[in-house]
Design a protein around this ligand. Structure first.
Ligand code: GTP
Ligand code: MG
Length: 151
């Protein structure tokens, strides 16, 4: 089953939005398979955002990501990579739709509270950057037959 990497950034953690954000993924029917609170080092943040290293905001972004606890998670479900991005909303919260996490809970692009992998390759790379294989739980949730309608 498809998996994605989702992280609540230091602003989301400090603002007490962990339960609100987790609820949106959980209520949708996605399954949590890994979770931990970590303060990433600056060099780890640079690895995570390596695709953006030429951008003018790269240094500030990496300083910010390493400025406090980040809630790192792996969520599993059909279409979770693409739909996770939909739940999160557009990068700039001033343009995110109401009803999305960023649309409802953030205002500026530099403090947009949450990260989600943007495709299957990125998801694979980010999951293995943030988690060891043994930190991922493989289990069947009781609700799967109700969420997907399979026996
Ligand atoms: P992530 O899920 O965090 O990767 O966001 P994204 O995929 O929606 O956007 P992208 O990967 O392009 O940018 C990564 C992060 O860099 C964004 O979430 C923002 O926090 C930050 N960022 C992107 N564009 C800007 C910008 O123009 N200015 C500033 N200050 N930050 C930006
Ligand atoms: Mg991105």
């Amino acid at each position: 089953m498809e998996r994605t990497f989702i992280a609540i950034k230091p602003d989301g953690v400090q603002r007490g939005l962990i339960s609100e954000i987790i609820a949106r993924f959980e209520c949708k029917g996605f399954k949590l398979v890994a979770i931990k609170l970590v303060v990433p080092s600056k060099s780890f943040a640079q690895k995570h955002y390596h695709d953006l290293k030429e951008r003018p905001f790269f240094n500030g972004l990496c300083n910010f990501l390493s400025s406090g606890p980040v809630l790192a998670m792996v969520w599993e479900g059909e279409g979770v990579i693409r739909y996770g991005r939909k739940l999160i909303g557009a990068t700039d919260p001033s343009k995110s739709e109401p009803g999305t996490i960023r649309g409802d809970l953030a205002i500026v692009v530099g403090r947009n509270i949450i990260h989600g992998s943007d495709g299957p390759e990125t998801a694979k790379d980010e999951i293995s950057l943030w988690f060891k294989p043994e930190e991922l739980s493989n289990y069947t949730s009781n609700q799967e037959k109700w969420v997907y309608g399979v026996n």
